[in-house]
Every structure is written in structure tokens, then in C-alpha cells.
Ligand binder design. Structure first.
Ligand SMILES: [Mg+2]
Length: 381
């Protein structure tokens, strides 16, 4: 464990996707952008992390790439692998925001440390409380008929949770889909996520209408900063309200608690800036009786694995996860073996580090920008 980090490589990838997906804050079509980081130790062991950026939500892949390659690199290369907390403290303050890049760095540090120690990542962040996590898949195509084959595939695969993305094509479209889904797929646990898509003038009425379909929760109906309106909507419906875009890290969580904006929170390592800060948000929520859900961004398998290990070690997250993109959205994931889902459950890896490595041939295939930095380790500072 006294080894140093000797090298850091960063790739910006564009991964093709198999469908269009619309959310309240924007659309994704053709491809998604991610950034992959690889750290190497003195004995040649490597650890990987992923920044899954979305420009309209957390930030851009270009910003994640620069955060890792330019600003964090001097605080990482040459450091002791066991000094993870000190490295993350430096990474937190060497560049503002860029939470996805910070999540990628912490993931790579944990993967590297776990592979050297022979321990899964979940063992390094508290030990595990579960071996599998219920999977939710999002329904978000602007043409609902294109989501019908996906629904049938989910049913066939044993998935029993869906999240209906709403607020991007009018209230009538949302009501029609909720009616059809309730009627044609009665065995599903249905959640609703507006991704801030409602206008504050009529948000309450729309949410009250959707609440009649009794979804398990309704997520982020209005803009992230409209916290008083979130609190008002929460008080006006019987369905639990979840905060997503309103809560990135522990600092936002404290505000959410103080203002009573929600009954639960969607926790994502890409918002919090890493796995350990995600655990802090979950514990803050739990301490005031708020529930927690394992959300994600448009991720590939490395980020899914990081989220899986985090949730495996966080008993406060009880509403399942949404790590569906590698299996149901990407044309091809970048892992050596598929991200494992069985009977609608994400399976928690038991092997060292993240449990599965990315395939570097696939990284090379989809990379549009690469940096390995200087060939010799840089000094700190
Ligand atoms: Mg959301």
C-alpha cells in the first residue's frame, strides 16, 4: 500500500446509443460523451474511473477532461496510493465544480487500491450491506410506440421498476403514457421524473394530475433553484417528492433539509463528486427520515460499477438504482465482460477493485481525445 501513482491517462469517448431519449432539461441522440481516467501504480497495477458528464445537468465532458488532465494531474501523479483522502481533498479545491471528474478520480483511486489489496471497492468504503440492487429503467422516447418494445424486453428480463421521464412533450403526452403503462404493465413499480421540465405557473396542477396514477415517487418537477416551490408542491400531494437537480452534494442536502423541499433524494456520484460524498448525502437524508435512490447520468459500465459498489456499502439507499444504460441504451459498453444484471437486479461484484476492467481496445475505438501527460511523474503542487 506504500506504492506511488506513476502515471495517469485520460480519454474523452463518444459512445453511440440505440435510441433518442428526452428529459425535461434536454435530449440525447446519436451518442453520449464520457471521460475515462486510468491510474498506474509502481508495480504496474491499473485502476479506472469514469466521468459521465451531461452539459445541461452536471457539466461538459470537455470540462471533465480538463479538470482531470490539467488541474488534478499535478495532485495525483507521484502521490502515495494510500493517501486517497488527501488526494481527494486537493482535487476538491484545485478546480471548482467538475463533480464528475472528482467522481472519476475517486473511482480510479479505489479501483487501484482494491486491486492491490485484493479487496472489492465496497470493502474500502464501509463493507457491504447487500449483494444485489433492484434495477429501474427509464422510459424517455418522444415516440411512445418506440418504448413499447423496450417495456416488453424489460418485462421479459424480469425488470419490475421503470421511471417515466415527463415534462418534455406536454402534459397530455405524460397523462396518456401513465394511463397506458398502468393498464398494459400493471406489474411494474412506476416512478416519474420531470427533470425540472414543468413551468412554475402550472407545475402544481400537472403534478397533482400525475399523482392520481399513484407513482412511487415524483422527481424534480421544477427548476433546481425553485426550492420554495418544491416545498410547496411537496406539501400539496400525497405522493413522495424526490429532489435530484436541487441536490448535488452534502451542502445542497443541508439546504434541502432546512427548507423541507422533498421526501427523498436521488443520489449520484457524478453530482456529489465521488462515492464517499454520496454516502454522506445518504446518511444526511436518513438522519431526517428522507429516503434515498441510486440515480445515475448517461453512464457506461465503469461508472455503473462505481455506483454499484457505493450503494452496496450504503444501507440508507433503499429505492434501487438506475444503472440501465450499459445494457439497454449504449450500442456497445466498454467493459471486458458485461455489467451484470440478473432478473431485474444489479449484481454486486465480489472480486477486487471495481470487479470488471474496461476493454482498452474499445476505449481506443471510441476515443476522440487522449492525454497521457508528461512521461515522468510531476511534482506535487
Ligand atoms: Mg432525475
Amino acid at each position: 500500500m506504500s506504492q506511488k501513482i506513476t502515471a495517469m491517462a485520460v480519454w474523452h469517448l463518444q459512445l453511440p446509443v440505440n435510441a433518442r431519449r428526452d428529459h425535461g432539461i434536454g435530449s440525447v441522440e446519436h451518442s453520449v460523451d464520457i471521460v475515462v481516467v486510468r491510474l498506474t501504480s509502481e508495480d504496474g497495477t491499473v485502476g479506472y474511473g469514469e466521468a459521465s458528464s451531461w452539459s445541461v445537468f452536471t457539466g461538459s465532458a470537455e470540462a471533465s477532461f480538463a479538470a482531470l488532465d490539467r488541474y488534478m494531474r499535478p495532485h495525483v501523479v507521484g502521490r502515495e496510493i494510500g493517501d486517497r483522502s488527501a488526494i481527494m481533498a486537493d482535487a476538491t479545491y484545485c478546480v471548482a465544480h467538475c463533480t464528475e471528474a472528482k467522481a472519476a478520480l475517486e473511482t480510479a483511486l479505489l479501483d487501484l487500491q482494491g486491486r492491490i489489496a485484493g479487496l472489492p471497492v465496497w470493502a474500502l468504503i464501509g463493507g457491504k450491506c447487500r449483494d444485489s440492487i433492484p434495477l429501474s429503467c427509464s422510459i424517455a422516447d418522444p415516440d411512445f410506440e418506440k418504448d413499447v418494445p423496450l417495456m416488453d424486453r424489460l418485462r421479459e428480463d424480469g425488470v419490475r421498476i421503470i421511471k417515466v421521464k415527463t415534462g418534455f412533450k406536454g402534459h397530455a403526452y405524460d397523462m396518456m403514457r401513465m394511463e397506458r403503462l398502468r393498464k398494459e404493465y400493471p406489474e411494474f413499480d412506476i416512478r416519474v421524473d420531470y427533470n425540472q421540465g414543468l413551468h412554475h405557473d402550472n407545475a402544481l396542477q400537472c403534478v397533482q394530475d400525475i399523482a392520481q396514477f399513484a407513482p412511487t415517487f415524483i422527481e424534480q418537477p421544477v427548476k433546481a433553484h425553485l426550492r420554495s416551490l418544491m416545498a410547496h408542491i411537496r406539501d400539496s400531494i400525497d405522493i413522495p417528492l424526490l429532489a435530484d437537480e436541487s441536490v448535488f452534494g452534502p451542502e445542497d442536502m443541508q439546504t434541502a433539509i432546512n427548507m423541507g423541499i422533498a421526501d427523498g433524494v436521488s443520489i449520484k456520484i457524478m453530482k456529489t463528486g465521488g462515492l464517499t460524498r454520496a454516502q454522506t448525502v445518504a446518511r444526511m437524508a436518513n438522519s431526517v427520515g428522507m429516503s434515498a435512490y441510486g440515480g445515475d447520468m448517461f453512464e457506461a459500465g465503469i461508472a455503473h460499477l462505481a455506483g454499484t459498489h457505493m450503494i452496496a456499502a450504503t444501507p440508507e439507499i433503499t429505492l434501487g438504482c438506475e444503472f440501465y444504460q450499459a445494457s439497454y441504451f449504449l450500442v456497445e459498453d466498454i467493459l471486458e465482460t458485461p455489467f451484470e444484471i440478473q432478473n431485474g437486479q444489479v449484481i454486486v461484484p465480489q472480486t477486487p477493485g471495481l470487479g470488471i476492467k474496461p476493454d482498452e481496445d474499445k476505449i481506443a475505438k471510441y476515443a476522440i481525445h487522449t492525454s497521457t501527460g508528461p512521461t515522468q511523474g510531476m511534482s506535487n503542487g
